[in-house]
Design a protein around this ligand. Structure first.
Ligand code: ATP
Length: 840
């Protein structure tokens, strides 16, 4: 434009794919195609996502100055001549012609330049348009440097403010606001993270150590990063408060904290001065973790208020762009929990904290608040895992984030954090993306299956460099002694776990809870039940035998890869064994076999131990998921074929794999051995019971029998909404005339329920995962329980239930070893386990 000083100059930019894409050409009205420029395409002021394809500079006699007209791809499509125009004063020709430049330098605490000349574009009418930034965008900047102590120097470097209608007043305010926001951001994080390197790498956007060709230099980098992080953890442990250190209760708390909670609070406060900032609170279930975390929130809030008061600082400044796509700073805590616990958090705060001391918002339901700015103003926002997983960018083309992701929280708390044990699922990825100064995982069962559970938590905590999976596998979860030592160090530094039966240094119990007794009822199936069981067992066993027979030759090979989940092998090859007639029944089509098939047979055997009528029922997908089973339709049908329909004589017999049984046995009203053992009336008038099963259909059957003996009961399963759950629990716990029995499904109702109204708990069936059962037991055995508690378990002799007991012990050992820092790893369900279960 400057060169030719024509009356009208145009700049045409190639936007279509091809050799001219992103290249710009001058087109002067006088001289066609008079020049060529490498101008980076800019974005439209009116359609921010859209690239400008035509610009024209024209001199206006009337205004005695130039104006720049622009049109973007969208404007062109819409048939507009121009999308708009801006006054143009040529001070310096920048990449995006019609905006002003703001240059910022960012310094570390030691005045080392982290970013120099960061360029942001400021528009006359819009504060910041992030998509236009060529340097790292503000969003990236925040996420990368959130924990840094920063200082800023901003200059409005290229602005001819005189041409603006308000002489640039508004622009100046905007720049000031940006500086303020950045300053307060660094202030709020100052105390938390002092080592840029550590947190920088912990960021999901940081560069990974592994990937591509691992040269010697890169392996050295891995080694250095690991050693540096390990050294850091060792050093940080030096300042860890000892196990007896207590801190005073925050002022606004209504009930006195229990001694172990005060000790936990000391530890939590310490962790918020360390890096990674936050950690894992893994106290046994029912030890009052909720109130402990609330005490932390409250304590830190009053501390911040005191500091603010001293500095006479007013409310934290926030800034948002017109598109509202920028981050909003918050001093609040975001709590993420299963839907069933949203009201529990609110209620705990209402019950135990003085009125008005913490503002709480439940981010839940269709009418939830959509403004990040409003949410950022609350002290506590409670939401669910499933809502967080929906917060990510909805469409690739429009990377708009949900409000929770647009807030930089002071603190993030994941309740029942084992929900993110699989790092690959959407929920885990979404919670890892959330921004916060401090990150907390709260769970009574941090390790349920294997060390991957622990990795997921470290990833969430951004415990760099161990949050990179390959590095974690190579340096920690590698079966070596060194790996175990590292795991122990990580556990000792980042995780606090106390159990209910633990004694403190003075030999006193951690909390004084009433007595807990565990009664194992050893049962013998009735003759009829045993007969049905045997039919199903024979079928399952021969199926496995066939599989094993075919692979006898490969036995050694199988042994050598026993660390693989054998079910995967079974899945691959099981199908070939199906030709054998022993497996197929007349009703059974050629079975498409897979791991899940054998697991579903096992599941049917477990059902036989509870009630034969369960065999008639379709396997419900949510119930199967509790077993880690996902059945295809075909597999579902196969599983169903076990529950054969009445054949030749529908009136009184049922045929199962060619054997006839009494029809009555398959009726819900028939008293199975287990159901008859549930002698609830005997437990006494002032006693209430909780009955747990992983199958809602079993709960239903128990309900039928409770009705028959006239006992009042309520049911909590996956279909009961959180509010109703809360009401049912309240009624059960506080109303002596309310339900005497609570039927709870293991997976849906296992977590977070406080059922201290009951003091007998019946675990009707056995689950592979002992952590789930423990969670269920802790519903009644927790702080607040006043009566002696009895846990009833059932084992049907000579059935798979006996084998499950052995497997459960194995899994418990794993969790115990890791959590105690003893570190012996690892047990999965192996082929050998299957052989034991089926006696082959
Ligand atoms: N200091 C206290 N004084 C009185 N009651 C308390 C105290 N701390 C906790 N409680 C009560 O103890 C019960 C159990 O607490 P909470 O539900 O927080 O346990 P939890 O450790 O979070 O268990 P889970 O792992 O099962 O979620 C609650 O009813 C809670 O109100």
């Amino acid at each position: 434009f400057m060169l030719y000083k024509c009356s009208i100059c145009m700049l045409k930019t190639g936007v279509k794919d091809g050799p001219n894409k992103d290249k710009s050409f001058y087109v002067c009205v006088d001289k066609l195609g008079c020049g060529f420029s490498h101008v980076t395409p800019s974005h439209c002021l009116h359609h921010e996502e859209s690239v400008v394809e035509l610009q024209a500079l024209s001199y206006s006699q009337q205004k005695q100055g130039y104006r720049l007209f622009y049109r973007c791809v969208l404007g062109k499509k819409a048939g507009q001549r121009w999308c708009g125009n801006v006054p143009w004063s040529m001070v310096r020709f920048c990449q995006s012609v019609f905006c002003y430049l703001l240059k910022i330098n960012i310094y570390s605490n030691s005045d080392e330049v982290l970013f120099s000349d960061l360029v942001f574009y400021l528009f006359p009418n819009i504060v910041f348009s992030l998509p236009c930034c060529t340097a790292p965008s503000l969003l990236q900047l925040f996420s990368l440097y959130l924990p840094f102590p920063l200082s800023f120097q901003a200059t409005l470097s290229v602005v001819n403010v005189a041409v603006l209608p308000d002489k640039g007043e508004r622009l100046k305010t905007q720049v000031k606001e940006l500086e303020e926001a950045l300053k307060s951001l660094s202030f709020s994080c100052w105390h938390t993270c002092l080592d840029p390197y550590f947190m920088f790498l912990a960021n999901p956007q940081s560069q990974a150590f592994y990937g591509g060709r691992m040269t010697e230099d890169r392996m050295l980098a891995v080694k250095n990063a690991t050693c540096e992080a390990i050294d850091h953890l060792h050093k940080s442990l030096e300042s860890c408060p000892n196990t007896d250190t207590e801190v005073p209760d925050p002022k606004a708390i209504k009930v006195p904290l229990l001694p172990h909670q005060r000790r936990a609070l000391a530890w939590l406060l310490w962790r918020e001065t360390q890096k990674p900032c936050g950690g894992i609170l893994a106290d046994d279930m029912g030890l009052g973790k909720t109130l402990t975390m609330v005490a932390l929130i409250l304590g830190q809030k009053s501390k911040a208020e005191e500091e603010d008061g001293k500095k006479k600082e007013t409310k934290l400044k926030t800034w948002i762009s017109k598109t509202d796509s920028s981050l909003v700073l918050s001093k609040g805590t975001l709590i993420i929990c299963p839907a069933s616990l949203v009201h529990h958090w609110k209620r705990e705060i209402d019950r135990h904290i003085k009125k008005g001391k913490l503002t709480v918002y439940l981010y839940h339901g269709p009418n939830r608040e959509k403004s990040a700015k409003v949410l950022a103003d609350y002290d506590v926002v409670v939401t669910t895992y499933s809502l967080v997983s929906k917060e990510g960018p909805v469409l690739k083309e429009s990377p708009r984030l949900g409000p929770l992701l647009r807030v930089a929280w002071a603190r993030l708390v994941l309740d029942e954090a084992h929900n993110i044990k699989n790092p690959k699922v959407q929920t885990s990825m979404a919670v890892c993306q959330l921004r916060a100064s401090a990150r907390w995982a709260v769970t009574g069962t941090p390790i349920q299956n294997n060390l991957l559970d622990m990795y997921s938590l470290l990833k969430f905590l951004r415990c760099s460099p161990f949050d990179e999976y390959k590095l974690w596998k190579a340096q920690v979860d590698n079966g070596s002694r060194r790996g175990r030592e590292r795991l122990n160090l990580l556990t000792n530094s980042l995780l606090l776990r106390r159990t209910k039966d633990q004694l403190d240094s003075a030999g006193k119990p951690l909390v004084s809870l009433p007595k807990r007794t565990c009664e194992v009822h050893r049962l013998k199936l009735s003759e009829d039940e045993q007969a049905v069981y045997d039919v199903v067992f024979t079928q399952s066993r021969s199926t496995l035998q066939n599989y094993l027979k075919r692979h006898e030759g490969n036995d050694i090979k199988q042994k050598s890869c026993s660390s693989l989940n054998p079910f995967e092998k079974v899945a691959q090859e099981f199908g070939m064994s199906q030709g054998d007639g022993a497996v197929s029944s007349p009703q059974q089509p050629q079975q498409a076999s897979s791991t899940v098939h054998i697991l579903s047979l096992l599941l049917r055997l477990r059902q036989c131990c509870c009630h034969i009528s369960l065999l008639k029922k379709t396997l419900d997908s949510s119930e199967l998921m509790g077993d880690g089973i996902v059945l295809s339709l075909e597999e579902q049908l196969n599983a169903l074929s076990l529950s054969s329909s009445p054949s030749s004589d529908p009136k009184d017999t049922v045929t199962l794999n060619g054997t006839r049984f009494s029809f009555q046995l398959f009726e819900e009203t028939c008293k199975s051995t287990k159901v008859s053992t549930l002698d609830l009336k005997q437990t006494g008038d002032d006693q209430k019971s909780v009955i747990v099963s992983q199958w809602t259909s079993m709960l239903h059957i128990v309900g039928v029998h409770l009705k028959l003996i006239g006992l009042k009961y309520a049911v909590i399963d996956g279909t009961v909404n959180p509010k109703r759950r809360m009401d049912l629990v309240e009624e059960f716990n506080t109303n002596p005339k309310g339900p005497q029995v609570m039927l709870v499904s293991l997976c849906a109702g296992g977590v977070g329920l406080n059922l201290i109204g009951g003091n007998h708990l019946f675990l009707l069936d056995m689950h592979w995962n002992p952590a789930l059962e423990d969670q269920a037991c802790d519903r009644i055995y927790r702080v607040g329980q006043l009566k002696d508690v009895t846990i009833h378990r059932f084992v049907c002799e000579g059935t798979v239930e006996e084998k499950i007991t052995a497997l459960q012990t194995k899994k418990k050992d794993l969790a115990q070893n890791v959590l105690s820092g003893a570190g012996n790893v690892l047990s999965k369900l192996t082929l050998a386990d299957l052989r034991v279960i089926f006696g082959v």
